[in-house]
Every structure is written in C-alpha cells, then in structure tokens.
Design a binder for this molecule. Structure first.
Ligand code: HQG
Length: 178
C-alpha cells in the first residue's frame, strides 16, 4: 500500500475537506476511525485500508502529521476548514523560526505573520525544519526568527502542533527578526 499517498489523502480529508468524505470534525479535529474507513473504502484504491494501515502510515512518515487516540484520528496541524480547530495553549521554545520566500518578507515585516489560507500560523522549533518548510516555495528561503519568549510575556498564545511545529493565531511584526 502506498502509505505516502494515503497520508496525503488523509491530510486532504482531515485538514481541508472532511465534507467530501461525509465526515464532520469535532472541536479538536477528531473523527471516528470506523467512519473514516467507510469513506475511504468507497474509493477502489483504498478499499482494503484498515486501522493498522493508518497506524503504520503514521509510524512511517518522517513528519508527524496525524495522531490516533481511542479509536479516533486527527490531523495535528495545517487545517483550513471554516470552523477553527481548538488547540490548548502551550509554552513554546524561546525562539521559533519561519521559512518563507524572499518575496514575502517585506509584507510579513509590515503585517506580521498571518495564517493566510490556514487556521493558524505555522512556526518551526528549529532552523532545519524552517528551511524545509520554506523550500516548498523557494530554493533559498529566508529564515525569520520569532521572539516567542517576549510574545508569551506579552500575552500571545502558542499551541503545540508536533515536535517540530508550533502554531499561533498571528505573529505581529515586532516579534519577527530577519
Ligand atoms: C506566508 C506544511 C505575505 C508564509 C509545511 C507562507 C508546514 C505571508 C505562506 C505547514 C504573510 C502560507 C505550513 C504576510 C504569512 N505577507 N506572506 N503577512 N504571512 N505569509 O502553506 O508555514 O508538509 O499556509 O510565510 O511543512 O508555509 O503539509 O504555511 O509562505 O509545516 O505537513 O504565507 O504545512 O506541512 O503558507 O506551511 P502555508 P507554511 P505538511
């Protein structure tokens, strides 16, 4: 089974278009695995998929994009559905990073980091991860440094995505350094 393809399909279903699979995400983005399997089984390429395959898909992925708990599954970050997924605030590292193309930097330094199409701004816990994220759009991304410690002191909320990814509602430009 092509686990990478399965992961992409699940990201699409659980981050962007659950209604196409007749799924409804709860407040925290969870769906019941049996319901997800019913939807997947309608497609010929996924008609054999089991919960064990979903487990294996999560294990095999180099990025932790999904999690399973008590018979439910959810995407950990990346959502664009109209109903904002609720995340519990958590304490981020003092410095976070964000990789972006040079062409976006002037606008970011003016307006701050905005979630754009997604529900949250995505930040990286280390420079390597930020580079990887930025390279999706540009070979030579700019790595912006976010003063998360100061932002927390000032009352901004951060949320945990996975071990490398932190989320925020908006990062004002005063916390961003080039
Ligand atoms: C930019 C993938 C101009 C921002 C990745 C980024 C990540 C602005 C783009 C995760 C701006 C949004 C998320 C402003 C933000 N002016 N541009 N004021 N504010 N931007 O894809 O962080 O592999 O929604 O710099 O690896 O690139 O799918 O966010 O370039 O972890 O699991 O607007 O998605 O994960 O782009 O990526 P995105 P992102 P997966």
């Amino acid at each position: 089974m092509d686990l990478m393809k399965l992961s992409k399909e699940l990201s699409y279903a659980l981050r962007h278009a659950p209604w196409e699979y007749e799924l409804e995400l709860d407040d925290e983005g969870w769906v019941e695995i049996p319901q997800l399997l019913v939807a997947l089984h309608e497609s010929p390429q996924w008609k054999e998929v089991t919960e064990a395959d979903l487990d294996q898909m999560i294990q095999a992925s180099e990025k932790k994009r999904h999690e399973i708990n008590s018979g439910r599954i959810r995407a950990l970050y990346g959502h664009s559905t109209p109903q904002k997924i609720s995340k519990s605030p958590a304490d981020p590292p003092e410095i976070l990073y964000h990789g972006t193309p040079l062409r976006s930097v002037a606008s970011i330094m003016e307006q701050g980091l905005q979630p754009r199409q997604r529900q949250y701004v995505h930040l990286s816990a280390d420079i390597d991860n930020a580079k990887q994220v930025g390279r999706r759009r540009d070979d030579q991304p700019v790595i912006l440094k976010i003063n998360a410690a100061q932002a927390v002191k000032d009352g901004l909320l951060f949320y945990h995505g996975n071990e490398n990814i932190w989320l925020a509602d908006h990062i004002p430009a005063r916390y961003i350094e080039q």
